[in-house]
Design a protein around this ligand. Structure first.
Ligand SMILES: Nc1ncnc2c1ncn2[C@@H]1O[C@H](COP(=O)(O)OP(=O)(O)OP(=O)(O)O)[C@@H](O)[C@H]1O
Length: 303
C-alpha cells in the first residue's frame, strides 16, 4: 500500500524556539490517522506545514506522492483542508464563500449540494451573509469546503468545534463515507470519542515531539474515567468499592466519586449488586489523558 502522508524529520522553529522538534510520521493510503496532544504541542503547526501554509525549518513532507515544498499545487488539488481557526469573509454569503474557496481547489465542487443537505445548511442560509451565521454554521461551511471537491485526502484540525451532537454524528458519517471511497484522513482533535470512532492509528505529540504512536484502540484503553455513583441506600460494606482500577475514591453519604482505569466489566458487575440510582462515567479528553501519562517530563515511549 502506498503512503498518503509522509513526514520526515520535520522541524519548525519560531525565533529559535522549536514548535516542532523532529516529527516523523506516515499515514498509508486509505488510513485514518488521529493526531493528539496538549495545547501548544504543535498539532496546528504540523498541519500548517502539511498544507504549505508554514515553511518548515527542516524536514521533508510528501502528500499523495508530491513534495509539499516543490509541488504544492498538486498537493492542494487533492487535499481537503479544514483549518483550526477557520476564517470566512463576513460580508460574503455562505454560497459566495464556498464558490471562492472552490476556485482555490481547482476541481469542481461536485458534492456541495449533497453536503449542504446532510449538514442541514439550507439554500436560504447559503444566501445569507456569513456575519449573520452562528459558530456552528461557519464550521459547516468549513466542512463543506473541505469535502466538496472529493479530495483523496482530508487534513482536519479540530473539525467538530462548534457543532451540536447531531451534526457531529453527521460529520462522523461523512468521514466514514470518505474512508469507504478509499480516502485518507489526518485528524487533529481533543475529543476522545471522535478520535476513537474515526481513526485506527494515532500519534501523541508533546512539546513538538511524537512521544507515542500506535493503534487508537490500544492508547484509548489507557484513559481515565471520572465516575460518579449515586446509591439509593448506604453501602453495607465500605470496602465494596475496592475494585481494581478504582482510585481517588471520595464518598459523601450516598454519592461516591472516583477515577477508573481499565476494563469496566468487573466494576459494572459489582455495581449490579448495589441499589444504584445513577452512575455517570465521563472519559477524560484524550489530550489530558496522555498529558497525564507522560507528566511534565519529556520521557515518552514509542511503539
Ligand atoms: N506564528 C507563531 N509565532 C510564534 N510561535 C508560534 C506561532 N505559531 C505557533 N507558535 C508556537 O508553537 C507552539 C505550537 O503551537 P501549535 O499552535 O502548533 O500547537 P497546538 O498543538 O495546535 O495547540 P492547541 O491545541 O492549543 O491548538 C506553541 O508554543 C506556540 O506558541
Amino acid at each position: 500500500m502506498g503512503m498518503a502522508i509522509e513526514v520526515e524529520g520535520l522541524v519548525k522553529r519560531y525565533r529559535r524556539k522549536p514548535a516542532l522538534d523532529g516529527v516523523s510520521l506516515s499515514v498509508a493510503d486509505g488510513d485514518a490517522f488521529g493526531y493528539v496532544g496538549p495545547n501548544g504541542a504543535g498539532k496546528t503547526t504540523t498541519i500548517r506545514c502539511l498544507l504549505g501554509l508554514v515553511r518548515p525549518t527542516a524536514g521533508v513532507i510528501r502528500i499523495l506522492g508530491h513534495n509539499v515544498a516543490t509541488d504544492l499545487g498538486a498537493v492542494l488539488a487533492d487535499v481537503g483542508h479544514l483549518p483550526g481557526e477557520f476564517g470566512l469573509w463576513p460580508q460574503l454569503t455562505g454560497a459566495e464563500c464556498l464558490d471562492y474557496l472552490g476556485t482555490l481547489q481547482q476541481r469542481a465542487p461536485v458534492r456541495r449540494r449533497e453536503l449542504c443537505d446532510r449538514l442541514e445548511l439550507s439554500q436560504a442560509d447559503l444566501r445569507r451573509q456569513v456575519r449573520l451565521y452562528s459558530r456552528g454554521m461557519k464550521q459547516k461551511i468549513g466542512i463543506i469546503q473541505a469535502f466538496q471537491h472529493e479530495p483523496r485526502a482530508l487534513v482536519l484540525d479540530e473539525p467538530t468545534e462548534g457543532l451540536d451532537p447531531v451534526m457531529k454524528e453527521r460529520f462522523v458519517e461523512l468521514l466514514a463515507g470518505h474512508r469507504q471511497a478509499g480516502g485518507t484522513i489526518f485528524l487533529s482533535s481533543h475529543i476522545l470519542s471522535e478520535v476513537e470512532e474515526t481513526t485506527e492509528r494515532v500519534a501523541v505529540l508533546k512539546a513538538g515531539r511524537i512521544v507515542r504512536t500506535g493503534a487508537t484502540a490500544d492508547l484509548t484503553g489507557e484513559r481515565v474515567r471520572h465516575c460518579t455513583l449515586v446509591l439509593k441506600q448506604p453501602l453495607a460494606d465500605a470496602a465494596a468499592l475496592d475494585i481494581e482500577g478504582v482510585s481517588g475514591l471520595e464518598s459523601d453519604g450516598l454519592i461516591h466519586r472516583f477515577e477508573f482505569r481499565g476494563d469496566m466489566e468487573p466494576l459494572m458487575r459489582r455495581l449490579g449488586t448495589f441499589a444504584v440510582q445513577e452512575f455517570l462515567s465521563e472519559p477524560e479528553h484524550l489530550a489530558e489523558t496522555f498529558f497525564e501519562i507522560y507528566g511534565d517530563s519529556d520521557q515518552g515511549r514509542s511503539r
